[in-house]
Design a protein around this ligand. Sequence first.
Ligand SMILES: C[S@@+](CC[C@H](N)C(=O)[O-])C[C@H]1O[C@@H](n2cnc3c(N)ncnc32)[C@H](O)[C@@H]1O
Length: 277
Amino acid sequence: MTSDELTDIEIKLLMEGVFQVYGHDFRDYSEASLRRRLTNWLSGSGFATLSLAQSHLLRDRALFDTLLRGITVNVSEMFRDPAFFKAIREQVVPYLKTYPFIKIWHAGCASGEEAYSMAILLLEEGLRGRFRIYATDINEEVIRKAHEGIYPLQEMQNFTRNYQHAGGTGSFSDYYTARYDHAILTPMLRENIVFAAHSLAVDADFGEMNLILCRNVMIYFKKQLKERVLGLFDSSLSPGGFLCLGTKESLDHRHISNHFEEIKPRTQIYRKRYAKK
Ligand SMILES: C[S@@+](CC[C@H](N)C(=O)[O-])C[C@H]1O[C@@H](n2cnc3c(N)ncnc32)[C@H](O)[C@@H]1O
């Protein structure tokens, strides 16, 4: 047996234990990325193998939290993939404006950058008071960060550039206050955002959403977990609602033809079909 094969067995056993003890289900995450991330965690942990770490991880919540941080990839940016936000502004917002109230779910929101970007976009489109954003993530630590809305000042240059390329109509610096080496987002942006812990692998759907964003999350999932998550989104979206994936993600043929259609090729923005009468 090769050392990689042995590691895969250790990962399977550990993930089963983690699910039983903590309720976090990583059993259907893609093996390659899980192996990479756990090997990284291991190298800084002081344990020689995952088997040796296992009994400690299952008994020590604080140690497990370090593993959770190691497994989840929490990188994000404001107005990440500006062309995507431009497409939302130009091709989705006109539909949203026809609804009396708009419900949006950011699934896998990391530290909140995407949700705040959406709030800015909707405010600039004159929708203040007409939307609520539910922003969820499996990692409670990043949810706390998201709620604070404080980011390193050095990132503002990149965020500003993204904002401009995404068709921002104001001045990005109006949305934050610089304090030492941090940028504090203006509290008004948080008014309509609810941040909460939620796992796409074990928790239930959200009702009656008009727009769901789940970008750069399912790339880490195996086929069966992707199927579960797409089922959650399908049942959470109102007919005519929009589902947005990341630039490297797409719906497979079955989902597109049965339930969704892409609003324009390669936008990764899909619209849920109305039921046939
Ligand atoms: C790379 S970030 C994407 C952030 C943002 N959507 C973006 O595109 O910039 C992926 C996020 O998915 C979250 N995640 C991973 N597994 C999850 C699960 N089962 N349920 C909910 N969120 C999950 C991670 O904690 C992480 O914050």
